[in-house]
Design a protein around this ligand. Structure first.
Ligand SMILES: [Zn+2]
Length: 90
């Protein structure tokens, strides 16, 4: 059994914290191509269209759906990498 294939977003060479870094959705915006991006509380953005196919994300296309997901958490890949290679914010 090769369990590495079961890791979401597999292929990343970096070691991640268990479960990844969760950040709350603080808002949304659309990119230049009109794709929805969730604005996370850490200041990073995350395209919701990149989610795995077993997670239906049609909610982001409606105002009701977006409101419902405000405050929910997404795994922030950028924060994952910052933890591995910390940035002084002091
Ligand atoms: Zn982040």
């Amino acid at each position: 059994m090769d369990r590495a294939n079961l890791v979401p977003g597999g292929g990343c060479p970096y070691r991640r914290p268990a479960g990844g870094v969760k950040r709350r959705i603080a808002g949304y915006h659309r990119d230049d191509e009109g794709h929805w991006v969730a604005d996370l509380e850490c200041g990073h953005g995350q395209h919701v269209r990149h989610d795995p196919p077993w997670q239906t994300r049609e909610w982001v296309t409606t105002p009701e759906g977006r409101a419902r997901f405000l405050g929910r958490t997404l795994n922030c890949v950028k924060c994952d990498h910052q933890i591995i290679d910390p940035i002084e914010t002091g």
